[in-house]
Design a protein around this ligand. Structure first.
Ligand code: GLU
Length: 464
């Protein structure tokens, strides 16, 4: 049997971290077995689904590099298929038309509540002999009143549900649209999905879906419910814990490789290994190593991975990603050897692409921001002789290379008896505006002689 998995988001908002992890597991599983991965948009809840969410989900999937072999299908375009299946169930006396109105049901629900009972539809329309004409109806599945329903979960084993707990639930609403449980089963069966991998928040739906499979005489696919992702305080991950939308991570300067690597390892383990190429993930991913207990989202670890990918991806690719960010900040950046050098140096301490863009200003503008503290500490009368020597020696230097610059600093140290830091820090503040930057010689080489001298002289005028 061919492995076919699917990701089936409801487009009622953007793609979140939890959904993305489910998508990644399905994608990895399909790719591991050289199967197929299907994208299906479950947009039958017309009041909550939006086109914008669909666009965002597709954008996020593409950004993460989770390519699909079929789809995106849209359930709203498949209504006739669900209706056909519901009709067939009526003909086979496995489902029936229900004319009870929402108000009637609500009244009965309230009554049950008053008596301290959980309301379950009592089957009023189950045995109707005649059908009222022109009255809107829903369609309900005829469910067993006794016995048990077995849900076989590849990870959790067999979970038994009591059939009495499940009433004759609606499979098609009065507006002709299917309910979630019905559409999902018809689609998973029609699309020949072999494995369903989804969040354990769906576990309560699964027995209902098993009943629908039975009624339609379809085989139940293999099912795995993966545990939810928790925030650092062990409650369900939500906005309170920080960014949860996948595209917010793109905005915040994360690399898709890092996010995929991080989410794949969240709830799936492979010894102590943390860094995986996509190829390795595909090769090594199995459901056996997916854990049963909830995984806790760890922002620090994601940052660590992101920093790793930023340092280890080809520098040219990082530079290309940084260009638009620099342009947003009003800098004229383009892909040239200078930019490559800047990125090569700045990425060493960057956790995100934004960190690179936010620390690059002094390479692009002469209007550098002088940090007050740095200025008070290093642009002092005591530094004047150092600046004097630097300006004098650097003006005579033809080749502004790292080696030559290093030579000049060594000369000054020898002559003055100062330590490197005493020379480098005032120079750094003069050139970059602050006390933290890549190596001073690298910075000077990138800036070039003219800019270096202008900035050193400006520092002198700041002091005097
Ligand atoms: N559409 C459902 C959701 O977004 C998922 C359905 C499923 O995976 O079975 O939660």
């Amino acid at each position: 049997m061919k492995v076919r998995t699917r990701f089936a988001p409801s487009p009622t908002g953007s793609l979140h971290i939890g959904g993305a992890r489910t998508a990644i597991f399905n994608w990895l599983f399909a790719r591991h077995f050289v199967g197929e991965f299907i994208l299906r948009i479950e947009d039958t809840d017309r009041s909550r689904s939006t086109e914008e969410s669909i666009r965002e989900i597709i954008d996020a999937m593409s950004w993460l590099g989770l390519d699909w072999d079929e789809g995106p299908y849209r359930q709203s375009e498949r209504i006739a298929i669900y209706q056909e299946h519901a009709q067939k169930l009526i003909e086979n006396e496995k489902a029936y038309r229900c004319y009870c109105t929402a108000e009637e049901i609500e009244e009965r629900r309230k009554e049950a509540q008053k008596q301290g009972r959980i309301y379950r539809y009592e089957g009023t329309c189950r045995k109707l002999r005649s059908h009222p004409e022109n009255k809107p109806y829903a369609i309900r599945l005829m469910t067993p009143d006794w016995g048990s329903i077995e849900v076989k979960d590849l990870k959790r084993g067999t979970i038994i549900f009591d059939a009495k707990e499940i009433d004759d639930f609606i499979i098609q609403k009065t507006d002709g649209f299917p309910t979630y449980n019905f559409a999902v089963v018809v689609d998973d069966a029609e699309m020949k999905i072999s494995h369903i991998i989804r969040g354990d928040d769906h576990l309560p739906n699964t027995p209902k879906q098993v009943l629908i499979y039975r009624a339609l005489s379809y085989e139940v696919p293999k099912i795995v419910h993966v545990s939810t992702i928790l925030g650092s305080d062990k409650t369900k991950l939500s906005k309170r814990h920080g960014a949860t939308a996948v595209l917010a991570y793109r905005e915040n300067g994360y690399l898709p490789e890092a996010l995929v690597n991080y989410l794949a390892r969240l709830g799936w383990s492979y010894g102590d290994q943390e860094i995986f190429t996509k190829g390795e993930l595909v090769e090594k991913f199995t459901l056996e190593n997916v854990g049963k207990s909830p995984a806790v989202f760890n922002q620090e670890k994601l940052n660590w991975l992101n920093a790793w990918y930023i340092r280890n991806k080809p520098v040219r690719e990082i530079a290309e990603l940084v260009i638009p960010l620099l342009q947003d900040r009003g800098f004229q950046a383009r892909l040239d050897s200078k930019l490559i050098k800047i990125v090569e140096n700045l990425r060493e301490r960057a956790k995100t692409l934004l960190d690179i863009a936010n620390s690059a200003d002094y390479f692009f503008t002469d209007e550098i921001k002088l940090d007050d503290k740095a200025k008070n500490r290093f642009l002092t009368v005591e530094s004047l002789p150092i600046f004097g020597k630097l300006i004098d020696k650097l003006s005579k230097l033809d080749e502004f290379s790292i080696e030559k610059l290093q030579g000049i600093f060594e000369e000054i140290i020898d002559e003055s008896g100062l330590k490197l830091v005493n020379v480098a820090q005032p120079a750094r503040v003069a050139l970059t505006g602050g006390t933290v930057s890549p190596g001073i010689f690298e910075v000077m080489e990138i800036l070039g002689k003219d800019k270096v001298l202008v900035r050193l002289k400006r520092a002198v005028s700041e002091i005097t």
